[in-house]
Design a protein around this ligand. Structure first.
Ligand SMILES: [Fe+2]
Length: 212
């Protein structure tokens, strides 16, 4: 694997010398290298897919505040960018997002803790909700996503939390426990915000879509 900038640059220079990397227009070698490396640096690995699960429900409201007044649960803000695998912003995405309540129970009759976000011209999202609970058949806290966007392949994935006791403080070593989580990248660190004795948590989860 070529993973260090100098080695990568040396490798690319050899490609130019051998005619394996050629500029379509008359450009200098240094410009050709700069363009190539800039594009490579922006490239992002697509967000791994996860299962849809049995609790998806169409018709969720388009709200960004999913909290239910007077219901317990650690307040949680989830935010992120929507990009394609070249690192370019993706606009006009639709994001269905749903999760269990603090007890680990999904609302299958109504739309508690469910949202259908319409991002219009934006390429980032944010919702205010609570940390989901655990439920016996999938005992890792998670948030489900279904994302569609013009020019991109639909993505079904899930967000997990590095602080979840399920991972026993070691997401790297334990993420494959019980075969629930398939991709370490979907487990995100949690930031705890303690504002005047009112703690809140926050997680960043970018959504990287593959081009259609
Ligand atoms: Fe679930």
């Amino acid at each position: 694997m070529i993973d260090q900038p100098l080695r990568r640059r040396t490798f690319l220079e050899k490609c130019i010398v051998r005619g394996l990397l050629v500029g379509a227009a008359a450009v200098s070698q240094s410009h050709l290298l700069a363009v190539w490396e800039e594009a490579q640096a922006k490239a992002r690995k697509p967000t791994p897919p996860e299962v849809l699960g049995p609790f998806f429900k169409k018709g969720a409201p388009h709200h960004v505040n999913l909290r239910v007044p007077r219901e317990p649960g650690m307040p949680l803000r989830i935010s992120g960018k929507i990009l394609d695998s070249r690192g370019e912003p993706v606009h006009d995405a639709r994001i269905d997002l749903w999760h269990a309540d603090y007890r680990g129970v999904y609302d299958v009759l109504g739309y508690r803790y469910r949202s259908n976000l319409r991002l219009e011209n934006a390429a980032e999202y944010a919702v205010e909700t609570i940390m989901p609970g655990h439920y016996p058949s999938r005992p890792a806290q998670h948030v489900h996503y279904l994302i569609t966007a013009p020019g991109c392949q639909p993505l079904v994935t899930q967000l997990y939390f590095a602080t979840d006791p399920f991972f026993e403080g070691d997401p790297d070593g334990n993420y494959q426990k019980q075969g629930i989580v398939h991709n370490r990248e979907c487990i995100r660190p949690v930031t705890l915000l303690d504002e005047n004795t009112s703690p809140r948590s926050a997680v960043s989860f970018d959504l990287i879509l593959e081009k259609a």
